[in-house]
Ligand binder design. Structure first.
Ligand SMILES: Nc1ncnc2c1ncn2[C@@H]1O[C@H](COP(=O)(O)OP(=O)(O)OP(=O)(O)O)[C@@H](O)[C@H]1O
Length: 318
């Protein structure tokens, strides 16, 4: 768990971050969202001491980060930057091996772990291990960068605009994969973005920032349905409907879905957003989808008409 308490950062007379506080629970993804220059990257870099806070306290899993050596601290915190940060003269395998070598891992263990991660990220080791970064596409480089950040299985992962340099189609695809990666399920993640859709798709919790301060923080659903001030209201104005559909999961409308008595295999889980379900209905050109869930024994059927009715009902209620 990360706890930031009243942290600030001054760069000479510029106050980049002003007394902000937040908590990120284990296994949760928190997104720092805001326009350029609002202090997102500075906030992120204070968590692994790439930048030292001017004042305030930060603890990670109960340890005060200022009492640790920055280099030691960073071994337990994976970091992915926007420009991937790969060493251009190292192959993919060599890039992945940098941290394990520092940790004194044996060659076999490094190879085994690199292979496992690259497979998860759909870059088979045999095909990609010996390639250099400039032989990879932007999306592939970001995957390698993610694999490198994850290789020593750090409990915390910091990501600074990880998909920022990618085109919108690649970006949307890689976001979907990211959400489903088993490796990330238990990680405590802080992700910086200026892309509201990305924030709503990936964040369990979003901190909306402006001029070095947190303007509002909460679940995507709370931010879009209950903006607390004019800044939050106007920030989401242009995409309100889409974001509302992205912020609500099928669980929210579970009681309005009809049962699926004879279904065997679910098409989607109840964690899927209303928007996600609409996209899949359209992609599959299907009239209905079976919704299942590990935690819920019954399966249900979702259709476009049910989503529309339930969503209108929710909008009228709020
Ligand atoms: N090393 C530095 N020296 C002086 N000022 C800095 C430094 N780093 C950041 N700043 C200033 O601090 C403020 C916050 O910068 P920061 O990079 O945290 O914003 P950001 O929200 O991440 O922006 P972007 O989305 O453009 O990366 C800006 O006014 C920036 O100019």
């Amino acid at each position: 768990m990360i706890i930031a308490d009243q942290i600030s950062k001054h760069f000479n007379d510029i106050q980049a971050v002003k007394n902000i506080s937040f908590e990120v629970k284990q296994g949760e993804t928190m997104v720092l969202l805001g326009t350029s220059g609002c202090g997102k990257t500075t906030t992120l870099k204070m968590l692994n001491r790439l930048i030292d806070a001017t004042s305030g306290n930060i603890t990670i899993d109960g340890k005060n980060i200022f009492q640790e050596q920055p280099e030691i601290l960073r071994r337990t915190i994976g970091y992915v930057s926007q420009n991937n940060g790969l060493f251009p003269h190292f192959t993919v395998a060599q890039n992945l091996a940098v941290v394990p070598k520092l940790l004194g891992w044996k060659k076999d263990k490094i190879l085994q772990r690199s292979g496992e991660l690259l497979d998860q990220l759909k870059l088979p080791f045999n095909e990609f291990g010996n390639k250099y970064p400039d032989e990879l596409s932007g999306g592939q480089k970001q995957r390698v960068s993610l694999a490198r950040a994850l290789i020593a299985d750090p409990p915390v992962l910091l990501m600074d605009e990880p998909f920022g340099a990618l085109d919108p189609v690649t970006r949307s695809g890689i976001r979907k994969e990211f959400k489903q990666l088993p490796e990330l399920k238990s990680k405590t993640i802080v992700l910086v973005t200026h892309d509201v859709q990305e924030a709503f798709e990936l964040g369990d919790h979003v901190c909306l920032m402006d001029k070095g301060q947190i303007v509002q923080s909460g679940t995507p659903e709370a931010l879009i349905f209950n903006p607390e001030n004019d800044f939050a209201r106007s920030f989401f104005k242009d995409q309100r409907l889409l974001l509302q559909l992205k912020s609500l999961s099928l669980k929210t409308i579970w009681n309005q879905l009809s049962g699926a008595p004879n279904a065997s295999k679910a098409d989607i889980t109840s964690d899927e957003s209303l928007w996600g379900a609409m996209e899949i209905l359209s992609e599959k050109q299907s009239q209905q989808l079976v919704v299942g869930d590990l935690g819920l024994s019954e399966q249900k059927i979702v259709t476009l008409a049910v989503i529309e009715t339930a969503f209108n009902h929710i909008q009228n209620r709020r």
